[in-house]
Write a protein that binds this ligand. Structure first.
Ligand code: FAD
Ligand code: SF4
Length: 466
């Protein structure tokens, strides 16, 4: 048995220096070496009741895989992780571990930092990708076909689970590239696209057919898919419709939604204009409104595109900022300027219709609101103008209405989310299932994957009993 490591802190993650990395798109964190992973694994107490497992939305058997890492048997660790999680290289990088598995870690609760579960998961997945030989899957087909709408983490997970159970699975994706937010939203410096492509290829290698450039609701409807012989449809179409502030000046040139901005950079490679036809213009000074992961990604991307001053403008305080702690920390290190308790009142334009500033009202915290967080209250007479040439709005997204408008019998929430039975993920329309952001609103990769997995199990149970 390996000797326990009683250090109060995690083995540090090697990273590129902030003033070097904020000028390029290379991945910021370099990942553990085998020695570092084994040293970190020796911090796990292997608690009897395993609270970390209940903190993981897909119940990865965490102490079991950590034990194998401590022994240096990384392939065995990989087997254990992938018994519950099909995309470990992605989850190890982007899961909000502090609120999930690591948030429940006894070492973190008692004293010091929790065990670095995400870092080890990432190491094991990367190790496997580097060393393992591709295995030819021998799957017995059952003659039934299922359609999946959207190739984000919920759709890909659902497709991967169903193909292993013998179904013919076709994924219909509106964009020209598969991966959903993993491809078009989360930037390269946090999640390398080659890695996403590899995870998607592993599902295709099992036999999943991914048809890109097909907009369900436009190119084909869900009813038409069912008439075409698909016995069930899983809708994992995400929440890609950006919300806006509804303040004067939002239509000025130089105002982006974070979605558009990040898509232009990540998917359309706008920074290579004119080599590519979709430019992305960033001023010397940029204000990003919001303080979630999306806002951090937009701010850090703007910095990498050459902006000299990048501001995060957020109406609440740092304590309420929804971004992962690591993202906030990295953004600060890279020189992003935080303006907490500052709320935009208007965007100001020049004579040519381009942004030249943002009017801001300072806020103070009042009584808690319906969300339980203290409500920001404007400080009278505190208005000022922040000089910026670009504004990026990152205050949330909702599901696109196309599918609900073209699918009779599909019941949805007022805000657009598809209503499902939480046990089976089946919607009000028989044999139409849904999961991920299109059901919950903007959430997390691992929750979307968990929903895809749950739906696949329910689809299989229903179709196999037919
Ligand atoms: P998506 O990933 O949105 O995928 C939906 C797919 O469906 C898309 O490819 C879309 O093109 C396609 N589609 C939509 N409509 C149709 C249609 N009509 N026909 C065909 N295809 C359609 N989560 C984390 O856990 N950690 C993070 O660090 C993190 N950072 C984020 C950063 C950004 C910039 C963004 C935008 C989100 C981030 N998230 C993060 C959230 C996470 O990415 C999402 O919760 C997750 O991707 C949701 O998965 P999904 O499968 O439901 O939808
Ligand atoms: Fe933690 Fe995410 Fe891995 Fe679960 S999938 S163990 S929450 S990093």
């Amino acid at each position: 048995m390996a000797k326990k490591n009683m250090s109060l802190t995690k083995v540090p993650m090697p990273e590129h220096a902030p003033d070097v990395r904020n000028k390029n798109f290379e991945e910021v964190s370099l990942g553990y070496t085998a020695e570092m992973a084994m040293e970190e694994a020796a911090r796990c107490l292997n608690c009897k009741n395993k609270p970390c497992v209940s903190g993981c939305p897909v119940n990865v058997p965490i102490p079991g895989f950590i034990e194998k890492v401590a022994e240096g048997d990384f392939e065995a660790a990989y087997e254990i992780i992938t018994s519950e999680n099909a995309l470990p290289a992605i989850c190890g990088r982007v899961c909000p571990q502090e609120n999930q598995c690591e948030g429940k870690c006894v070492r973190g609760i008692k004293k010091g930092q929790p065990v670095g579960i995400g870092r080890m998961e990432r190491f094991v997945a990367d190790y496997h990708m580097e060393h393992a030989e591709p295995v030819k899957a021998d799957i017995k087909k059952n003659g039934k076909k299922v359609a999946v709408v959207g190739s984000g983490p919920s759709g890909i997970t659902c497709a991967g689970e169903l193909i292993k159970k013998g179904y013919d699975v076709t994924v219909f994706e509106a964009l020209h590239k598969a991966g959903g937010v993993l491809s078009y939203g989360i930037p390269e410096f946090r999640l390398p696209k080659a890695l996403v492509a590899r995870e998607i290829k592993s599902v295709e290698d099992l036999g999943v057919d991914i048809e890109t450039n097909v907009i369900v609701g436009r190119s084909v409807t869900i009813d038409e898919l069912m008439e075409d012989g698909y016995e069930a449809v899983f809708v994992g179409s995400g929440a890609g419709l950006p919300r806006f502030l509804n303040i004067p000046g939002e239509n000025l040139l130089g105002v982006y939604s974070a979605n558009e901005f990040l898509t232009r950079v990540n998917l359309m490679k706008g920074y290579k204009f004119p080599e590519v036809p979709t430019p992305v213009k960033v001023g010397k000074r940029v204000a990003v409104v919001g303080a979630g992961n999306v806002a951090m990604d937009a701010a850090r991307t703007a910095k990498r595109l050459g902006a000299e001053e990048v501001y995060i403008v957020y109406r609440r305080s740092e304590e309420e900022a929804p971004a992962r702690l690591e993202e906030l920390h990295h953004a600060k290190e890279e020189g992003i300027i935080f303006k907490f308790l500052n709320n935009p009142a208007a965007i100001v334009g020049d004579d040519n219709g381009w942004v030249k500033g943002m009017e801001i009202i300072k806020q103070e915290l009042g009584e808690p609101d319906a969300s339980g967080r203290r409500r920001p209250v404007p400080v009278e007479g505190s208005n000022y103008i922040l000089d910026v040439e670009t504004v990026i709005i990152a205050i949330g997204q909702s599901p696109n209405p196309l599918i609900r408008h073209t699918t009779p019998g599909l019941e949805c929430q007022k805000w657009g989310g598809i209503i499902v039975n939480e046990e089976t993920m089946e919607s009000s329309k028989e044999n139409v299932y849904a999961g991920g952001d299109t059901v919950t609103g903007a959430a997390t990769v691992i929750l979307a994957m968990g929903a895809g997995k749950k739906a696949a199990a329910a689809i299989d149970e229903k179709l196999s009993s037919k």
